[in-house]
Design a protein around this ligand. Structure first.
Ligand code: EPZ
Length: 502
């Protein structure tokens, strides 16, 4: 059932232009034709090349209060990609305003989708998006290479495109630099469904007049694959007959994508377990859907409360999705209280060191390894944080060290000798550069705990996945501000900082 655009309570009726960068999302145009959009995106890219943004943080403020979680970034991305199979209009609510969502909308728009974007709530920039999508009835499945190289989730278009249009051509995806990110399980799954999959000069082409059901195993060396499960599961919904996927990822984002596809008429059973059974249907209709809350953003905000010895409640969450991080916070000595749709963390006494291993769901998410490493830096004693999903995901350690953390890498683990709440007591101004999305969050968290000023540069990484994190942190009492700087002149930040600290 499609919700009419005009019927959205709390949503303004402004239709915004689609763009793939947050700067562009502020340009207000009525459904721009392709030429206008392309010009707009070029302009945004040149603006982005000329300036970059940084966060300035004056740390050591105890965060307290209540803040709402945004819609799930990775859930929304998977839903947007798989929605291309819908023949009817699709309405998506609660979509976070983050860079990767803009990139995905750009990808869909280039594929011919009609998209209208509404901003919800009175707080404009801070509210979620409410999207109306109508995908084309026909297409050549040619995915924009520049955009798909900017993130991982664009690769989730491969299966849906070949299932709907019989052809997909897509560049190898980009995304955070967190170690090797192969796609052979995606390709093996689609081949098993009967697609002819070819690789040539950095592009994958998949073709099939009609996919057919198969038995597929998606177990990889580090567990299953989240986006791979979504890609193959989605394609199988339009295959002839029955598909069994063994070794399916259990992550809530996979379950959410399955629920979304079922709401369009797909027949996917077993989502949330390691075996999926999919009965192919002829076509998918339209519908309206709201993605699950962002469990990684919610956990990041809880860690912000803990790292400042504060008391923070995050609302609008699914607490069971946060089980693993709540266990870790408790192990570190924090008090954690669960409500129906909220989690509160409080730190009445100094934290102690903890040992955790990032694993596939329901284990601790790899996406929280970096934020928790920042937390370990203020705990008393030694912590060990192992990452079994992405064993090379440690680029953030350099920045954390610059901010005063005593951390060393040992193979697939970070070993942190926490100094209690003494992260850089000298109050020195320190500039660090973000290297990836969750690493950027870790640097911001460490900045909140430091006595001095912290400048976190290159926060385009952060903006890919957190919707105005600084505004949420400021609402909890953090002294944090966003500043624009010339990309080639981050040194100009220094006088600005001197002025702020005076
Ligand atoms: C998703 O990435 C998320 N991205 C990641 O979040 C998250 O860290 C990751 O799942 C693990 O939870 C999106 O949903 C867009 P994988 P994905 O395929 O699907 C190996 C963030 O910060 N593997 O589940 O790309 C792989 O090397 C991002 O929001 C193969 O061996 O991750 C890794 O060891 C970063 N062969 C493991 O599986 C394959 O063909 C899990 O990767 C595919 C993956």
């Amino acid at each position: 059932m499609l919700t009419a655009a005009g019927g959205a309570s709390g949503c303004d009726q402004e239709i915004l232009a689609i763009a793939h960068a947050s700067v562009a999302s502020r340009l207000r145009l009525w459904r721009p034709p392709n030429a206008v959009l392309a010009g707009m995106q070029r302009m945004v890219l040149s603006q982005m090349a000329a300036t970059t943004q940084a966060l300035e943080i004056r740390g050591s403020r105890r965060l307290t209060g209540t803040v709402a979680a945004s819609g799930g970034k990775n859930a929304a991305l998977a839903i947007l990609a798989t929605s291309i199979m819908a023949q009817g209009p699709v309405v998506l609510e609660g979509v976070p305003q983050v860079g990767d969502v803009h990139t995905m909308l750009g990808l869909l728009q280039r594929l011919g989708s009609q998209i209208a974007v509404h901003r919800c709530g009175s707080d404009g920039d801070l509210g979620p998006y409410w999207l109306h999508l109508q995908h084309p009835t026909d297409g050549d499945g040619q995915v924009d290479a520049d955009l798909v190289r900017q993130m991982r989730a664009g690769f989730c278009l491969l299966g849906p495109l070949v299932a709907r249009y019989g052809r997909a051509c897509i560049a190898m995806p980009g995304g955070c630099r967190i170690g090797p990110r192969p796609v052979e399980l995606h390709l093996a799954g689609l081949s098993a469904l009967g697609a002819k999959v070819e690789y040539h000069s950095g592009f994958i082409t998949a073709t099939a007049s009609k996919l057919r059901g198969a038995v597929i195993d998606l177990t990889g060396p580090c567990g299953s694959t989240v986006t791979g499960t979504i890609n193959v599961m989605a394609a199988a919904t339009l295959a002839t007959g029955r598909t069994i996927i063994r070794g399916a990822a259990l992550e809530p984002e996979v379950v959410d994508a399955a629920r979304f596809l079922n709401s369009l008429g797909a027949d996917i059973r077993g989502a949330g377990s390691s075996t999926l059974e999919i009965h192919g249907v002829d076509c998918l209709g339209g519908g309206s859907y709201r993605a699950i809350p962002d469990r990684v953003e919610a956990a990041t905000l809880l860690i912000a409360g803990a790292i400042t010895a504060g008391e923070v409640t995050v609302t609008g969450v699914t607490p069971r999705h946060l089980d693993a991080v709540c266990r870790t916070l408790r192990e570190a000595g924090a008090e954690v209280e669960l409500g129906l749709d909220r989690v509160t963390v409080a730190v009445p006494r100094p934290l102690n060191g903890f040992r955790v291993t990032a694993e596939p769901y329901p284990g601790l998410p790899t996406d929280l390894q970096a934020p928790l490493t920042a937390l370990a830096a203020v705990a008393q004693g030694r912590s060990v944080l192992r990452d079994r999903v992405f064993p090379h995901r440690f680029a953030h350690l350099t920045g954390l060290r610059q901010l005063g953390a005593r951390v060393a890498r040992h193979g697939d683990a970070a070993v942190v000798d926490g100094g209690g709440y003494a992260l850089d007591r000298q109050g020195v101004t320190q500039t660090v550069a973000a290297t990836d999305l969750r690493g950027a969050a870790a640097l911001v968290l460490a900045g909140l705990a430091r006595t001095g000023f912290t400048q976190v540069c290159d926060i385009a990484h952060l903006d890919r996945g957190y919707q105005h994190l600084e505004a949420k942190l400021a609402s909890l009492g953090a002294d944090i501000a966003r500043v624009a700087v010339a990309a080639d002149d981050t040194a100009r930040l220094m006088p600005l900082w001197a002025a702020r600290s005076a």
